[in-house]
Design a protein around this ligand. Structure first.
Ligand code: C5P
Length: 232
């Protein structure tokens, strides 16, 4: 398991994505494709980015009954992505079904990680609207343990939660962390942020970085800076 920087390609069209990726003439960044781009362009965008030689994290956050998730994961496994995800709130049964669906005939499968609680969900809303009376941190750790029991590889979480997840689930359980900003950069709409260097110190396995790279005057230089700080 290598530490790496994943670039969130939050673009609304294939063309905008290729214009961005074309700037990288020397390296092939690990790319995250989210719902916006996938729903706009469909599976062809995944195939094309893969053809160009990038690793892909397909961030579609599946959450449905186990049978539907199993069959959907089976379809996604044929796209040959390197990492994908689901919502741990779908229960251990759903996550186990996802692992089954994602596993290819030869026994291999993409890395599968779980969203615990979205970072946009506050403790107050979780308790008042979702009627979950535990603290948000206990919920995150519980969901991470459920994911581990189901056979998943790790979770997406804030870098500030990565430490407690590792403590409870073990060092080998992966943490993939967005909310990364350069010390001298714009925070934007992210609230709980950390720098690539700090994420490394906390023990993140992968950082997901969007605007600090995609909106930089020189995206390649920003990507290199991220890699230098996080991977070293
Ligand atoms: O531009 P920025 O660096 O904020 O992008 C972060 C990426 O990570 C976005 O694609 C965002 O949707 C995603 N993400 C996040 N927080 C989460 C889960 C995913 O920012 N908890």
């Amino acid at each position: 398991m290598g530490k790496d920087v994943i670039v969130a390609c939050d673009f609304s069209s294939a063309q905008a994505t290729f214009d961005f990726l074309d700037k990288f003439t020397e390296e092939k960044p690990f790319v995250k494709i989210g719902m916006e781009l996938y729903y706009a362009e469909g599976p062809s965008i995944v195939k094309e980015i893969k053809r160009r030689g990038h690793k892909i994290f397909l961030d579609l956050k599946l959450h449905d009954i186990p049978n539907t998730v199993k069959k959907s994961m089976s379809v996604l496994s044929k796209l040959d992505v390197d990492m994908t995800n689901l919502h741990a709130a779908g229960t251990i049964d759903m996550m186990k079904a996802a692992v089954e669906g994602l596993t290819r005939e030869d026994g291999t499968r993409p890395i599968l990680i779980a969203v615990t609680q979205l970072t946009s969900t506050s403790e107050e809303r979780m308790q008042n609207e979702l009627l979950i009376s535990a603290s948000i941190n206990d919920t995150i750790v519980k969901y991470a343990n459920n994911a581990k029991i189901a056979g998943l590889d790790g979770v997406v979480c804030s870098p500030l939660e990565a430490g407690m997840v590792k403590e409870s689930c073990g060092k080998a359980f992966m943490t993939v962390t967005p909310g990364v900003r350069f010390a001298d950069g714009d925070v934007g709409d992210q609230v709980r942020v950390t720098t690539p260097a700090k994420a490394k110190e906390i023990g993140s396995d992968y950082i997901v970085v969007g605007r600090p790279i995609t909106a930089a005057a020189d995206p390649v230089a920003a990507y290199r800076r991220c890699v230098a700080e996080f991977v070293g």
